[in-house]
Design a protein around this ligand. Structure first.
Ligand SMILES: Cc1cc2nc3c(=O)[nH]c(=O)nc-3n(C[C@H](O)[C@H](O)[C@H](O)COP(=O)(O)OP(=O)(O)OC[C@H]3O[C@@H](n4cnc5c(N)ncnc54)[C@H](O)[C@@H]3O)c2cc1C
Ligand code: SF4
Length: 552
């Protein structure tokens, strides 16, 4: 397919892009195979169009994968206080089981899901690396926060992360590369309310420039990061790691290149990948393969590459490929706050509370959570969202009410830890296949007692915050109790020291195949306490890239 690369990478998202930058920087020639298209921030994202509010992140053909859902867990009416609703679509009797109404949120494209992400840039809490040792639950990482710290720093510098002088619960050896962003009116309300409730909020660390850097301008606070940033100040992988890696002249990115199979050769080494591009099937040999297709597609590809010699799939001697899937456990609530204005302006997720983020941060549960100011994350950024979610009715009275309340919504978002569970996993559908003949992935993910405890806790704290901030009745609640909706997914090819219980070693190298590396969210042994995972994915990929360049 292309002249003898030193390394082939599958997937150009948070992990693949960072690995490409590390490897090309070390002088290696890299071929990056990306199933999706390349987006042009200046013309493809809806913020440049007058009817922007009607459009979410663009979804041209080939930019979303087909995913099937298996067991998502039954709903116990005793927890029905967590049911999702809004003022326009009120509560109805809960169904018997959770629905995948939003499903696994992802983008196939150059930059992967970081194109769509909000851009919170978080290091994991140091305690999250040792859940089993300290709390007897989940599993431990085969490395520590300190092992990752130099790679966290490298990623923060390269992206231009903006953050506060100090960050609660997180040791830092250097200040954030850029100054924190100013807080918007909604966040300032939460700061005041949180202080009174003993739940302090502070400026969030954001992969969004507050000062110009490398030809990228600072943020203009349009507030639409997850619709795609038209300026390029958001640190998505396309305008950061990949742009710099392409400058080296050692990176070739092929878009629309769907990897359908991994081929193994003598000595258990990976010999090639099979690729379909523009309807043409080819075979690409490689000395080293880095898999970075994300926590659903990476295990799918490994399992779908089973053959006579490896009936359980590639890299699956432990039987752990596809297991330990962890979703995003979230709660979001909204109320109107009389007197609050312009809550739709500013940067999404600009304020965060880390007060309960440690693994023992929430009473009665293992694994912490964090809270953010979430008006813009929840999409309450224009009149159409108010009209379809918060303000029921029609006619002149409705219009007058809409004009009065617009800009006064306050939302609290919360995300918590998920512990690995045997029932939660990615498997292959026995019959259904995609257009290339590859079995479709089936995601099963259930809520444990621990998850329910965390959800109830976050809902109670979130409601208390809204009330303390002067909010009226709760007008919208969205929770993982009845809706599986995963923006952060982890764990399906986890790293570990023991080859019987993990898929890779502490650097992401397969226990079974010496020239196969994994560099994406699949590696996470545990989820952390609600942090955005991308910075940790970058750090793991940079560490793996450095090790590969040093000879493995
Ligand atoms: C709306 C939203 C908001 C988010 N907000 C945040 C946030 O604020 N902070 C944060 O840290 N994280 C956030 N995330 C999560 C973050 O985007 C992901 O965790 C991260 O991008 C995952 O990185 P990855 O490398 O594992 O996979 P991805 O970034 O998803 O990249 C995988 C890539 O592999 C490609 N691929 C898959 N299969 C194949 C194949 N067979 N052949 C070739 N290519 C293939 C895909 O097309 C894709 O480009 C958010 C996500 C969403 C959707
Ligand atoms: S708020 Fe800033 S980072 Fe987000 S889309 Fe707008 S300009 Fe980009």
């Amino acid at each position: 397919m292309t002249d003898r690369p030193d390394v082939v990478i599958v997937g150009s998202g948070a992990g693949g892009a960072a690995a490409a930058w590390a490897l090309t920087g070390a002088g290696l020639r890299v071929l990056l195979l990306e199933a999706g298209p390349r987006f042009d921030p200046a013309s493809d994202y809806p913020m440049t169009q007058p009817d922007w509010e009607r459009h979410l992140f663009p979804a041209p053909p080939g930019s979303r994968a087909e995913i099937l859902y298996g067991d998502l867990g039954a709903l116990d009416p005793v927890d029905a206080g967590l049911q999702s609703f809004n003022a326009v679509t009120p509560r109805q009797a809960p169904g018997p089981e959770r629905l995948a109404s939003h499903g696994y949120a992802h983008v196939r494209g150059v930059g992967g899901s970081t194109l769509h992400y909000v851009g919170e840039a978080h290091r994991l809490h140091p305690g999250s690396f040792r859940l089993m040792r300290d709390h007897g639950a989940g599993t431990d990482w085969p490395l520590t926060h300190d092992d990752l710290a130099p790679y966290y720093e490298r990623a923060e510098r390269l992206i231009g992360v903006a953050g506060p002088d100090t960050q609660t619960g997180r040791p830092r050896t250097m200040p954030f590369p850029q100054a924190a962003h100013p807080l918007n009116p909604a966040a300032r309300r939460l700061v005041e309310a949180g202080a009174r409730l003993g739940l302090p909020f502070e400026a969030n660390s954001r992969a969004v420039l507050s000062e110009p850097m490398n030809g990228r301008p600072p943020c203009n606070y349009c507030g639409q990061c997850s619709r795609g940033c038209p300026l390029g100040d958001k640190g998505s992988a396309d305008v950061t790691f990949l742009r710099l890696a392409e400058v080296t002249g050692r990176l070739t990115v092929l878009t629309g290149a769907e990897v359908t199979r991994i081929e193994t050769g003598p000595g258990g080494r990976i010999s090639a990948v099979h690729v379909v591009r523009g309807g043409v099937a080819t075979r690409q040999e490689t000395p080293i393969l880095v898999l970075a297709a994300g926590a659903v597609q990476t295990p799918r590809l490994l399992l779908a590459s089973a053959g006579a010699e490896l009936p359980e799939g590639v890299a699956n001697g432990s039987g752990q490929v596809g297991r330990n899937f962890m979703e995003t456990l979230g709660w979001l609530g909204t109320a109107l706050v009389p007197g609050l204005t312009d809550s739709h302006k500013g940067l999404p997720a600009d304020a965060v509370s880390w007060a309960e983020n440690a693994p023992d941060g929430v009473p009665g549960a293992i694994g912490g959570c964090r809270y953010t100011s979430a008006v813009l994350e929840s999409g309450l950024s224009g009149p159409a969202s108010y009209a379809t979610r918060l303000v029921p009715g029609h006619g002149a009275g409705f219009q007058a009410r809409l004009r009065t309340v617009f800009g006064s919504a306050l939302s609290v978002g919360a995300i918590a830890a998920v512990l690995p569970d045997d029932r939660s996993r990615v498997t292959l559908h026995p019959e259904r296949r995609d257009a290339f003949g590859v079995p479709l992935p089936v995601v099963s993910s259930v809520l444990t007692e621990n998850s329910l405890t965390l959800l109830h806790h976050m809902a109670a704290r979130g409601r208390a915050l809204l009330q303390e901030a002067g909010g009226g009745e709760l007008l919208e609640q969205v929770s993982s109790w009845d809706r599986f909706a995963a923006t952060h997914v982890f764990g399906t090819a986890r790293m570990g020291d023991d080859s019987a219980t993990s898929v890779t070693d502490a650097h992401g190298r397969s226990h079974d195949h010496g020239n196969l590396w994994i560099a994406d969210a699949s590696l996470f042994p545990s989820s952390g306490g609600g942090e955005g995972p991308s910075l940790t994915i970058h750090a793991l990929a940079l560490r793996a890239g450095e090790r590969i360049a040093a000879g493995g």
